[in-house]
Design a protein around this ligand. Structure first.
Ligand code: SAM
Length: 395
């Protein structure tokens, strides 16, 4: 299991470390080995049976789900995956709860010693029901719940949970997506020099930080609705020497002036938004972008771009992992929602970027040169060889 590399790292007992390692390994086993078995079971047994009955193969992810649901291997895979997800929280939560006070002290100490960046909280901000009414991906208390004043608990649970559940694939600082997208932008547009960058739904700012590293002259901002995650994000950024400005705001109604950013970015954010909120968020991105600016969202690839089995595979979380908007989001057509938000369709793009952390810098550049087309079965999958899907447009 990966050890966090910043001052908010919390002490864990030897048993807790052992359990975390076990759960990390279990997740990796389920998402690599068992997932490969699931694909085989589908091709060798489930699909042929469906074809015999219906005279054709399943046409989309929903039909694959219907076909595979009674299968014993699928039931075992799903039960183990749900159990592993639950165990992730069981392994990190006791240590975080023991450390509540020391996390607060650590954040206060960093505010004195290294007062980089800022935090603007809005205690009156209504928390969207999409966050408060469901323990998203089984995270107890979701992102926003607070356990007393100046609390950082939810942020710490999120950071530690990601370290266990991503089994090394998100990089040493859990920032592989931010690293990949920010580096791709520098690589693809070396002349582009953004003065201000905004990350929507930044949680603990792990994927916000790389933007400051790649564009040190830019002012970097992150917004989220969850105060305990933002407190943690500020302290995490300070501990890593990054100047980032965090704001408690709803991305559907930003409190920034028109044309105030050169880049609006998000990562793994839109799939947690109810369908009605997506057009509002993209319209806000359009509003706050300067002409010539870039909107780029790293997300799960759209169902329309994937083979039926792969669409079903990624939608698993919607049915079994408390991610109610996963599938409705992935059923949308990115090109259409970007156009409807006011962007010029000719300036739309979508790419599947090779993970920065998985390759040497030379291999990464070669992989980019070799192509960024969406590969069904690889793009967006937390597994070796992952490619991060991104879409957006220039304004
Ligand atoms: C899956 S997390 C995003 C993770 C992070 N961006 C990353 O790169 O891993 C979704 C985040 O969006 C936040 N969120 C949900 N709805 C929001 C909204 N309408 N406005 C701003 N933040 C929101 C949640 O509090 C949560 O922190």
């Amino acid at each position: 299991m990966l050890e966090l590399k910043h001052d908010l790292r919390i002490p864990a007992t030897r048993d807790e470390k052992g359990r975390r390692n076990f759960v990390s390994g279990l997740r990796s086993f389920v998402l690599h080995d068992m997932a490969a078995g699931l694909r085989h079971v589908y091709a060798a047994d489930v699909e042929p049976r469906w074809k015999r009955r219906r005279g054709r193969a399943p046409r989309n992810g929903s039909e694959v789900h219907e076909a595979i649901r009674p299968n014993e291997y699928f039931k075992f895979y799903s039960a183990l995956r749900v159990t592993a997800q639950d165990m992730v929280y069981q392994t990190v939560r006791p240590a975080v709860e023991r450390s509540r006070e020391s996390l607060r002290e650590c954040a206060a100490g960093l505010a004195e010693r290294r007062p980089l960046g800022s935090l603007e909280l809005d205690p009156g901000l209504p928390i969207p029901r999409s966050v408060s009414a469901v323990d998203i991906h089984l995270m107890p208390g979701s992102y926003h719940s607070e356990e007393g004043p100046d609390d950082l608990t939810a942020g710490s649970i999120y950071d530690n949970r990601l370290a266990v559940s991503s089994f090394g694939l998100m990089g040493q600082n859990l920032d592989d997506i931010g690293q990949t997208v920010a580096r791709w932008l520098r690589h693809a547009r070396p002349q582009f020099a953004p003065r201000s960058i905004l990350d929507l739904g930044c949680t603990v700012g792990h994927n916000t930080g790389p933007w400051k590293d790649q564009f040190p002259d830019a002012e970097v901002h992150g917004v989220d609705v969850a105060a305990p995650c933002l407190r943690y994000a500020l302290a995490r950024a300070r501990s890593q020497g990054r100047e980032i400005h965090f704001h408690q705001m709803n991305a559907e109604s930003l409190r920034f002036a028109d044309a105030s950013f050169d880049v609006v970015f998000s990562s793994m954010f839109l799939h947690e938004i109810p369908p009605a909120g997506i057009p509002r968020i993209l319209a806000e991105a359009w509003r706050v972008l300067r002409p010539g600016g870039l909107m780029v969202h790293m997300e799960l690839p759209p169902n329309g771009a994937l083979a039926p089995f792969d669409a079903f595979y990624l939608d698993w979380d919607c049915a079994y992992n408390n991610e109610p908007f996963y599938k409705p989001y992935r059923d949308l057509d990115p090109r259409r929602i970007v156009r409807d938000a006011g962007f010029d369709p000719a300036k739309f793009f979508e790419v599947a970027l090779p993970s920065w952390g998985a390759l040497s810098p030379r291999e990464w550049r070669e992989a980019l040169r070799a192509g960024t087309a969406i590969e069904s079965g690889r793009t967006g999958r937390l597994a070796r060889g992952v490619r991060w899907y991104c879409f957006g447009a220039w304004k």
